[in-house]
Design a protein around this ligand. Sequence first.
Ligand code: NAD
Length: 437
Amino acid sequence: MEKPRDIKAAKGKLGVLLPGMGAVATTFMAGVELVRKREANPVGSLTQMGTVRLGKRTENRAPLIKDFVPLAALDNLVFGGWDIFPDNAFESAAHAGVLEPHDLAKVRKFLEGISPMKAAFDQNYVKKLEGSYVKKGKTKFDLAEQIEDDIKQFRKKSGADRLVMVWCGSTEIFLRPEDVHQSIKKLEEGMKKNDPAIPPSMLYAYAAIKSGVPYANGAPNLNVDIPALTQLAHDRHVPIAGKDFKTGQTLMKTILAPGFKARMIGLSGWFSTNILGNRDGEVLDDPESFKTKEESKLGSLEYILQPHLYPTLYGKIHHKVRINYYPPRGDNKEGWDNIDIFGWLGYPMQIKVDFLCRDSILAAPIVLDLTLFLDLAQRAGLRGIQEWLSFYFKSPMCAPELYPEHDLFIQLMKLKNTLRWMRGEPLITHLGTEYYD
Ligand SMILES: NC(=O)c1ccc[n+]([C@@H]2O[C@H](COP(=O)([O-])OP(=O)(O)OC[C@H]3O[C@@H](n4cnc5c(N)ncnc54)[C@H](O)[C@@H]3O)[C@@H](O)[C@H]2O)c1
């Protein structure tokens, strides 16, 4: 048996800070309150519903994850956030239209008590949004300092012992890593000179890490995924994770593609279309924000199918992703996939997946799990990129010398083995020869 890691107890309140109080963030907050009131179940949340098998199969030990590792209790969560609109969480949730009015009514008072702080925002990075509820500052560095101050004030006012921040803001335009992102010194200088390669989301990530607050990025923007910030997180003992919540279509892709590869079934094309009508859809209607999302969505197949190892099966794939803003659908997206596969002797077949999904219903439990696991990671002394949380992301962050792991089942095994490792339990290899000796 390994020695268990020293994990500090989850004492006191855990503050959850959400830049971007839109559909995902409000569905998450409302959902946590509905679960706390015993009005609903936390479906989709591994931390709340999942178990972890321990020891041999004959031992029948499979505790709930939340009983196995010391996670913060839902009753101890308190919430805060920022937005470019002054609407409180109830107004914003009503506008997003994800939850039914009868559900929102049950948590109305609670949601009305959560009002956003003024955002650090710049329309150059999200062309489709125009907001008035924004911070003023001469430089990006000033704005980051104001966010740090907000964090301090929130900590005081809420009485939270520990904090976690999860970016639930809009998808910003596509940016590539540049020289200014390479070290913290360069980044800070760039912030003082208002370098255009530094979008608002980076200011939140910077402020969080400087304040010792674990940070996850739910959108596909660069955000925390730059050497300057991954290094800062490492140096300051802050866990970070990203990017882009793995919810509807990409979740399906990372479930199906490993199956094809496992059975050596070939793939010649994968055409994915989406129609959605929420604010996220409107933001993604701008080609520059869409480019950020497209890059994030395209990566998974390449990494799962490994065409360099299987050129005959996966050497020539036509992979297309389209997102169309279509208001009548609201948050209830339709993700339609046409998959061209081939089998024995190269004979072609097709699979059609039509996923009528609810974007924010799929994303909310991810926000919860990331919050609780990042807080756990910090109490367990883990720092920097938390690759074991790849399970939750479309474009998982990992060490520069590695390639990201996209296969959902490998990701899950990695996550659960990390929990076993934390608690000093033997890792599960699925070898199992001992049962037949
Ligand atoms: N299934 C999903 O819903 C899903 C999956 C993966 C990723 N995402 C990403 O999560 C994010 C949130 O999605 P959503 O559906 O809640 O979108 P949304 O448009 O409803 O909410 C985003 C909110 O962020 C605010 N915002 C924008 N820039 C900001 C800034 N600089 N500071 C503070 N607030 C800011 C907007 O005003 C808006 O209220 C998006 O980037 C989206 O791409 C969502």
